[in-house]
Design a protein around this ligand. Sequence first.
Ligand SMILES: Nc1ncnc2c1ncn2[C@@H]1O[C@H](COP(=O)(O)OP(=O)(O)OP(=O)(O)O)[C@@H](O)[C@H]1O
Ligand SMILES: [Mg+2]
Length: 274
Amino acid sequence: MITVSSVSHSYDDTSLVLDDVDLTLPRGALTALIGPNGAGKSTLLSAMARLLSPDQGAVRVDDLDVLRAKPDVVARKLAVLRQDNHLTARLTVVDLVRFGRFPYSKGHLDAEDHEIVERSLDYLQLGEFRDRHLDELSGGQRQRAFIAMVLAQDTDYVLLDEPLNNLDLRHAAAMMQLLRQAATELRKTVVVVLHDINFAAAYADHIVAMKGGAVMATGSPAELMRTEVLRPIFDLDIEVHEIGGRRVCLYWHPEPATLEAPARDDIHAESSSG
Ligand SMILES: Nc1ncnc2c1ncn2[C@@H]1O[C@H](COP(=O)(O)OP(=O)(O)OP(=O)(O)O)[C@@H](O)[C@H]1O
Ligand SMILES: [Mg+2]
């Protein structure tokens, strides 16, 4: 179980990006973290994984005090995929995946480490790319290589920030299926940041919706997949339909022109009417 207690954080000392967040994430389940851009999802995930030390609060994973524990102890307990992976070194796919074994092997991989690396490459269907450099891959292939590295860490807890980025439909569905199996069959606790709420509803046991640095709603897909719950979170009219026993959201913005600067006449009309 992951327990987040009274976690607050600000990057610039003026505005709170996490505002006193309390959250409990069940063990052996797949939890989807959803919410609009800037909601604080990545910041919260980073705090859970100790990539960031929040100004205030505590994070526990089972009985481990994540913010105080030694880095290698944390790395054997949980693995994390960041939203943006920047690498300066020119690595091959298999070299990257071997990094996942570092918390155990410290660079000297034994037979078991190699076996786990091979299994992770297989899971992500990366066999044919194993000796390619990362900068010679497509965006989706590279994303899969980073996820293979995270899986090679073989931890009970797996935190993934937008793992579906750059994946095509088939690989995105396969990724969600893989995470589902990791929770159901291997009893791993998986926390995944997703923008696709239909994927969240179809595969997750539990959904956490954030906005403005706060948790707005938590519950099962059936509890969260409701127009009145989703509308204030995304500021969007979201229709929820039931197809084959599953809730599916349809959404579109009624006024596409609002992404552009308003026309001069509109500014004039608005300021004179207000
Ligand atoms: N390193 C940083 N320095 C300053 N502000 C930051 C930094 N990282 C994030 N922020 C700000 O903190 C807020 C929360 O950002 P965060 O990355 O956690 O959002 P998010 O929910 O993951 O959004 P997205 O869906 O766009 O990834 C945003 O307003 C963002 O501009
Ligand atoms: Mg993010």
